[in-house]
Design a protein around this ligand. Structure first.
Ligand code: ARG
Length: 577
């Protein structure tokens, strides 16, 4: 159930009946418990626009609301708020509905499912996947899970950077420094090494740069030997990537890298020229996005071009991205595309979106940007010798540290045979949660001690909160799937927990709508905190039958919500720890 939606509907109806106007009641959870559970804030704004005292409006609305089933108390407060306190029995009944809804845990599906492409992870061939790609992968996966759970048709697409100038450098570099032996071993590290050498050489040595350009031209004109080499680079990279995705539990529906759109590129540029959206400028083909009527405010009047073909005839990242939009519209029949990409590419996407709008594309396109992961020193995360940290090394370290923590921790119910598996789930879960609990646009510090904590707002704490609910069921020898309550709220911690749990539907919808998984993370943390107060003050198993049945049912909802929430974030719920 969507609690905020229900209260909003009641609020709007009361405004309509009481005041004869349509207005947003602006329902929010109350900040202080003495103000009730929810608050209507909308009458202040309405008072301004109707030029009437807000308290008077609030009184008329409160009058209409008072008779409704959910409310124990409806009060006008402050300059014109309406405070709402829900009836205990009403809360308990609604939570009973959630308990009975095994399939969806009280989260309704959307009314109108859409086809949504989520473009995420998308690393580049021959460059190791490093922490920069971690955020896209983790966030993108959570967004896919959220949208899919709400009933959308979601296509997760790994838009691999498998085409472009780096291949000219690689092909030229392999000739000079490549070793067949190493390529058969850790191919990605070897490709990376060669790429680094080659880009340095190209900067210092004009002849080498020319050679790289010639190699690229041969590859792009279809030379079979170069094609075969390129194919091997891509396959080797893909194998390494898949190993990482497996560890992370991340799957894609599509792997349509940049090279998939190669055949479309000349046509894209022709169409842009024909329709007068692009023009030639010093030999290159450019879209002057700032001149387009479709340009958003921020780009209006800006001078820099969105180049779609270079002077030497080469196509670019921009050209592929335009082709990709057309493919997603015409072939995948998408209603929406989300690009989970570093916020530093915001300009690229603003230019891309304005360009394709000018071509008549109307589907929704959104850049889901994110900030940078920083090291403990507040600077971009690097290894001790200054190289970017690779994702595999980071995950290895997370698992090793998690295992050490698990061995030290007291009060855990750990089966020694399972410790490796638990450590993997805890380590990887901790890395994911550290990322997902942040608003995606913020930069955050990667701090091992905090992110592996069993006490603070961290992955292990939430996994432990879930395992603890399971432990209660085990000790009581109850099957939580057969619990039916009835739930009766007797003590304040029960009521507080129940109210948090009733918000789950709102939270999941808000998270999916805004591509903001941190809302789910925040919610799970609130559940875990409410649970620990509940355990402190309320016994469960050693109570008489009615109390025990009610508390077990409450716990069953909490337990399932933690598991579902973790699953939506792509984090493994642990049954015993
Ligand atoms: N390969 C790019 C990078 O690593 C990201 C691609 C994002 N997706 C896109 N359609 N542009 O920076």
């Amino acid at each position: 159930m969507l609690l905020t939606r229900l209260l909003s509907e009641l609020g709007s109806a009361s405004i309509r009946d009481g005041l004869g106007v349509e207005a947003d009641p602006a329902v929010r959870p109350a900040q202080q418990p003495e103000h009730g559970d929810y608050q209507l804030n909308g009458l202040l704004a309405l008072g301004r626009s109707l030029r009437r005292p807000p308290r008077e409006l609030a009184a008329a609305v409160a009058d209409r609301l008072a008779g409704h089933d959910p409310f124990e108390r409806v009060e006008v407060a402050g300059p014109g708020f309406v405070n709402l306190r829900l009836r205990d029995a009403w809360i308990a009944e609604r939570l009973g509905d959630v308990l009975a809804d095994r399939a969806r845990d009280g989260v309704p599906a959307v009314d109108r499912p859409e086809t949504i492409v989520v473009d995420f992870s998308s690393p580049n061939v021959a460059k190791q996947m490093h922490v920069g790609h971690l955020r896209s992968t983790i966030l993108g996966d959570a967004i896919v899970r959220l949208l899919r759970f709400l009933g959308h048709r979601v296509l997760g697409d790994n838009h691999l950077g498998d085409w472009g100038t780096q291949f000219g450098l690689l092909l030229a570099g392999i000739k000079r420094w490549g070793s067949q032996v190493a390529l058969e071993g850790d191919a990605v590290a070897e490709l990376e090494r060669i790429y680094r050498l080659a880009s340095e050489a190209a900067r210092a040595d004009e002849a080498f740069a020319d050679e790289a350009r010639a190699e690229l031209a041969r590859l792009q004109s279809g030379d079979p030997e170069r094609r075969a080499q390129w194919q091997r680079f891509v396959e080797q990279t893909r194998r390494t990537l898949e190993r990482v995705y497996d560890r992370l539990g991340v799957r894609f529906d599509l792997w349509l890298g940049e090279s998939s759109y190669e055949a479309m590129l000349p046509g894209v540029v022709e169409e842009l020229l024909r329709r007068g959206i692009a023009r030639e400028d010093q030999g290159a083909v450019c879209v002057f996005v700032g001149e387009l009527p479709e340009a958003p405010e921020a780009l209006r009047g800006r001078k820099e071009p969105f180049i779609v073909r270079k002077k030497d005839g080469a196509f670019l990242y921009s050209t592929t991205d335009i082709a990709t939009v057309l493919y997603r519209r015409d072939t995948l029949r998408a209603d929406r595309v989300l690009y989970v990409v570093d916020v530093r590419q915001a300009d690229h996407f603003a230019q891309l979106f304005a360009t394709v709008r000018a071509m008549g594309v109307t589907m929704r396109l959104e850049h889901v940007g994110f900030g940078t992961i920083l090291g403990e020193d507040g600077r971009p995360l690097r290894t001790r010798d200054g190289a970017p940290v690779t994702l595999e090394a980071l995950l290895d370290e997370a698992v090793t540290r998690a295992e050490a923590r698990l061995r030290q921790a007291e009060g855990l119910e750990l089966d020694p045979a399972a410790i490796g598996e638990v450590a993997r789930a805890v380590g990887i879960g901790a890395v994911k949660y550290a990322d997902l609990r942040q608003h995606r646009l913020t930069d955050y510090r990667f701090e091992w001690d905090k992110l592996l904590s069993f006490k603070g707002n961290a992955g292990p704490y939430l996994q432990y909160a879930y395992a603890r609910t399971r432990s209660v069921f085990r000790r009581g020898a109850v099957d939580p799937d057969t619990l039916a309550g009835p739930i009766v709220l007797r003590e304040p911690p029960e009521r507080a927990l129940a109210l948090v749990l009733l918000r789950f539907g709102d939270v999941v919808h808000a998270a999916a709508d805004g591509a903001l998984p941190h809302l789910v993370a925040e919610h799970l943390y609130e559940v875990a905190v409410a649970l620990s107060t509940f355990y402190e003050r309320c016994r469960v198993l050693h109570e008489d039958a009615a109390v025990r049945a009610s508390r077990l049912a409450l716990l069953a909802v909490a337990s399932r919500q933690l598991r579902r929430g973790l699953e939506l974030l792509g984090i493994t719920a642990i049954e015993r720890m």
